[in-house]
Each structure stands twice: as C-alpha cells, then as structure tokens.
Design a protein around this ligand. Structure first.
Ligand code: KIV
Length: 262
C-alpha cells in the first residue's frame, strides 16, 4: 500500500473510515502495514510493552527507539508518535522534543493529548512545520491527576466542552485527532463539529475512523479487557498453546526432528 499523505488523510473526513492501530516494533508494524492506514506508536507501549501501570513514565528516548523500529517495519505506512507526558508543557520544550522526532526518526507526525488548553502548543508546532494529531476526551496522561480513567461526555456541559476542545485543536492546525473514552452520541456530535477526521477509541461508530491498541485487539492482554475492545483473535491462548507444544516436543526430543537439522 502507498503511504497516505496528510491531504489524503484529511479527505477521509466523513468518507471511508480511517484504520489506525498501535505498534511498538518492526515485526508487528510490518504485519499491520498490509491493512492499516496509520500506525500509532502510542505511549501505551509503556504499559503493554514495558509492563508499567500507566503511560506516564515513558521517556522521549524510549519513544524514539520504538518509532524507529516501527518505521523500519512499515516504511510505507503513515506513522504517528505519541509525545510522552511532560515533553510538551511549553512551546519551546514541545518544539525541541518534536524536532527530535523529525531529526531522529522518519515518523510523519506527533500526537499531543489535550484540547483548548493545548491549542497554543499545537499552533506553535504546526506553525513551525510539525504535523500534529490531537487527542481529546479521556486522556491517559491525566490518569494520576484525575484519579483514574474517566469516560467523558456524560453531561451536556462536558459535551460542549469536548466540542470546544475539538474546534480549538482544529483551529490550531492539527490535521486529525483521536477522541478517546467518550459517550458515542457525544463523540458523533464532536466529529460533526469539525472538518478534520476524528478517530475514535471507545467513542462509538459515528466518527471518521477507529484506533485500537494492538495487544488488546489481538487478545494478548489477559488481566483486563475494556468494554470497547473487540478481540479479533485470542492471541494469549494461541501463544500459550504454541509455547506449550514446543515445550513438550523439546522435552520428548521430538523437536528438532530430521526436517529441522543441517
Ligand atoms: O497510547 C496509545 O496507544 C493511544 C491510543 C489509546 C489512542 O494513545
């Protein structure tokens, strides 16, 4: 597949839904690139790859390392990298860190969590040549400050505030945005209030695309499956069965047989 351009991504507004999936390494990125439009090197890697309880401790160096691996695996796919918590608190640090993304990786764009409160940062980056994907609604980087993951859009005030966030992100120059953990009817209203694609996760089907964390949708993570996640395969079961079969064959001296020796 040919890599999408920013213009082509914008044209998918209210058209064929955009397909985004996370990846953290070259092996999976290569596999996903056959179908997905966009690969997100999400800071969720700090949890599913790094085994940490939230996304907050991932560093810029770690994100750059994984992004380079993903870009090598999927050179023809549009890649977005999450800016880690604390790397875009002001315009100068945001620009310096985003510049590292463009200098040190071939990634196409950065993603920033926040709405109207982050509009000045998004504007500064887009005005200086950095492509930005916004992220509104439930913000995983606010996990500790908010005392958990809180679904948004439960009241009319919250709905209006989300619309305000989306419009501020668009006006600041973002080319698309993720909307996470928002009541489906409200997410639909948010998507209809802007002219750039709004890509949902836990936000229903009235938006312009979907994103899922790959380890969730492939069923690798067993302890907790969020309500919005559809597991397309039971990856954990398949991996455990394969490794158990390998273990038995090694212990019984059935592997390697004559087919697997020099
Ligand atoms: O880090 C991530 O994987 C994300 C998705 C949940 C959108 O930001």
């Amino acid at each position: 597949m040919k890599k999408l351009t920013i213009g082509a991504i914008k044209k998918r507004k209210e058209a064929l839904p955009l397909v985004m999936i996370t990846a953290y390494d070259a092996i999976f990125a290569r596999l996903f690139s056959e179908s997905a439009d966009i690969i997100l090197v999400g800071d969720s890697l700090n949890m599913s790859f790094g085994g940490n309880p939230d996304t907050l401790s991932v560093t810029m160096d770690q994100m750059l390392y994984h992004t380079n691996a993903v870009c090598k695996g999927a050179p023809d796919t549009f890649v977005i990298i999450d800016m880690p918590f604390g790397t875009y608190t002001d315009e100068t640090s945001a620009f310096n860190n985003a510049m590292r993304v463009y200098r040190e990786t071939p990634a196409d764009a950065v993603k920033i969590e926040g709405g109207a409160d982050k509009a000045n940062i998004i504007r500064h980056l887009t005005a200086n040549g950095i492509a930005v994907c916004g992220h509104i609604g439930l913000l995983p980087q606010a996990f500790r400050a908010e005392g958990g993951y809180k679904i948004k859009g439960k009241t009319e005030d919250e709905a209006l505030s989300l619309i305000c966030d989306a419009q501020a992100v668009e006006a600041a120059g973002a080319f698309c945005m993720v909307i996470e953990g928002v009541k489906a009817d409200v997410a639909t209203r948010v998507a209809q209030s802007v002219s750039i694609p709004v890509i949902g996760i836990g936000a229903g089907n009235g938006v312009d695309g979907q994103v899922l964390v790959f380890s969730d949708m492939l069923g690798f993570y067993e302890p907790f499956v969020p309500k919005f996640v559809k597991q397309y395969i039971n990856g954990a079961k398949k991996v455990k069965e394969a490794v158990a079969a390998y273990t038995i064959e090694v212990q019984n001296r059935e592997f390697p047989n004559e087919n697997y020796i020099y």
